[in-house]
Design a protein around this ligand. Structure first.
Ligand SMILES: Cc1cc2nc3c(=O)[nH]c(=O)nc-3n(C[C@H](O)[C@H](O)[C@H](O)COP(=O)(O)OP(=O)(O)OC[C@H]3O[C@@H](n4cnc5c(N)ncnc54)[C@H](O)[C@@H]3O)c2cc1C
Length: 487
């Protein structure tokens, strides 16, 4: 059922077993999965927005400063209404690779306290949530006509082919609205942004929610899940810290540090055999995108960050002379070549300087605004350059074409970097309180009843877009919450 606070007045207080703050993919998955597994639990979802996209005044509640070395928009990279940012997302999906969960210090990458096999059943469920019928990411399962358009990397020690799948994309606010509306155990409060918190040493007891309409109610909850997206969740954890809550996770030096986003790079161009397909295309089981990635062995031996490459056909500049690739004496296999721009997405390093802080400015609800310092580690560009250099060598060695590197001007690239609206790393998951904000069950260290869902908890990031992993973790959190009872 929905209750719109803006239609108020409503009875001042509520009590529940589980309070979920935020109704994006993370919050909606936790709510509906928990309700399905434990129908006797009384669940409240408090969502800052309504059922329709927010007004300019409401969106202004997301505004803040961006003061890092690369520009970043705080307000256009997230939405504030039921369904969250899935109202905008593009549907690119892929689970993280097994190696993404493993700490690799030489590459500047933290590990996860869980491994991929522990997440596999939840990834399978996430495919259903995201309406992706196929969870096979091996391009060998593509029909022959498509396989012919991929580079044959069989036995190659450096590179391999992999796939992305695509969600339609599922709009959580549309697809799951009626399930929430008809649920006997979930009440979703709309226009109900969390604005203040009451806690003891280890428990968050009460949350007050309200909005620009002026109505407020206070909710007493046994357990609380913060699912407000990767920036806003960190903002609210910082607020609790500012209010003097001493719980270990809130006082962690990692809180709101290590903010990361995937950013696109164009490390160079390729003259490569014609008609290669490393872009979104239709396959017999739905849309896919073949990608080229380094092998796990190469990532380990070269201490590279993980990455994927797509190829975009471009008008030929700096072409090889006509007929050049027919010279088998020069090591070419023959045939036409096309010119491709390489688009790379690189796993960012965990960078402590990249962070969110509370500003001294406040928004219309009286909450401190955020200041973002998005800092890309310059070594990210070197890793990308090193991967692409090796790739051009391989393309040459295999007789498929030639590559050309763009000059590496790190300062210029950082100034012109653009993110992909993946807000990760600000409430990292860790085995021990010294290394993160939440534990392996997503509970804030030092608290008994406060959890975080969403990409804020990612300790490292792979190159895959985050929503598939966000939904898998939310599914896992629901299983944990139901297995551990109501308190
Ligand atoms: C243009 C665009 C394209 C994208 N494309 C992709 C893609 O192709 N693949 C992919 O994996 N990801 C993509 N993303 C990212 C994807 O949208 C997010 O990863 C995903 O929506 C995060 O889900 P979430 O539930 O954690 O957070 P959100 O979706 O941001 O939901 C958070 C919810 O919390 C609510 N909220 C905020 N503050 C409060 C408060 N104080 N109290 C209560 N509620 C609050 C918000 O209103 C919102 O409903 C894209 C994002 C954008 C902007």
């Amino acid at each position: 059922m929905f209750t719109n606070l803006a239609d108020g007045p409503h009875s001042a207080n509520r009590q529940c077993d589980l309070l979920i703050l935020g109704a994006g993919p993370a919050g909606i998955t936790v709510a509906l999965e928990t309700a399905a597994k434990a129908p006797d639990l009384n669940i409240i979802v408090a969502e800052a927005g309504g059922l329709e996209p927010s007004s300019a005044a409401e969106l202004d509640l997301y505004a803040g400063d961006s003061e890092g070395s690369s520009p970043y928009s705080l307000s256009t990279t997230r939405l504030r209404y039921f369904g969250g940012t899935s109202g905008h997302w593009g549907g690119w999906c892929r689970p993280l690779d097994a190696i993404d969960f493993i700490a690799r210090q030489q590459a500047g990458l933290a590990g996860w306290p869980i491994n991929k096999p522990e997440l596999m059943s939840h990834y399978r469920a996430a495919h259903q949530w995201l309406d992706i019928p196929d969870d096979n990411y091996d391009p060998k399962r593509l029909e022959p006509g498509l396989q012919e358009k991929l580079i044959d990397f069989s036995g190659n020690e450096w590179f391999q082919n992999r796939l992305f799948h695509f969600s339609p994309p599922t709009r959580f606010g549309t697809k799951y609205r009626s399930a929430i509306e008809q649920s006997d155990s979930i009440e979703c409060l709309l226009n109900a942004a969390a604005v203040s918190y009451e806690h003891t040493d280890t428990r968050l007891n009460k949350v007050t929610v309200g909005g620009l309409h002026g109505q407020q109610i206070t909710i007493q909850a046994n357990r609380v899940v913060i699912a407000m997206g990767g920036m806003e969740s960190a903002r609210h954890l910082l607020l609790m810290q500012q209010q003097g809550w001493q719980a270990a996770g809130l006082n962690s030096p990692k809180l709101a540090r290590g903010f990361a986003d995937h950013f696109g790079l164009r490390p160079g161009i390729l003259q490569l055999q014609a008609d290669r397909i490393y872009q979104r295309t239709e396959s017999s089981t739905g849309p896919v995108m073949p990608i080229i990635t380094p092998t796990p062995e190469a990532l380990t031996s070269e201490a590279w960050q993980n990455a994927c490459m797509m190829l975009q056909i471009t008008p030929a500049a700096n072409r090889l002379p006509p007929g050049y690739t027919n010279h088998q004496a020069l090591g070419f296999l023959g045939g036409d070549t096309w010119s491709y721009t390489v688009q790379m997405v690189l796993q960012p390093r965990s960078n402590e300087n990249s962070r969110l802080e509370l500003s001294t400015q406040t928004d219309a609800l009286g909450l401190p605004r955020i200041k973002l310092f998005w800092e890309i580690d310059p070594r990210d560009y070197q890793s990308a350059q090193s991967i692409f250099t090796r790739f051009t060598h391989e393309i040459g060695r295999l007789g498929l074409g030639r590559g050309q590197l763009k000059p590496l001007d790190t300062k210029l690239r950082r100034r012109s970097a653009s993110g992909t609206a993946h807000h990760m790393g600000t409430a990292r998951m860790a085995e021990h309180a010294a290394d993160g904000v939440v534990d392996r069950n997503l509970k804030v260290f030092g608290t008994d009843n406060l959890y975080v869902a969403g990409s804020a908890v990612f300790p490292s990031f792979g190159y895959s877009n985050p929503t598939m992993t966000i939904v898998a973790l939310a599914h896992r959190l629901a299983a944990h919450l139901t297995a551990t009872g109501t308190h």
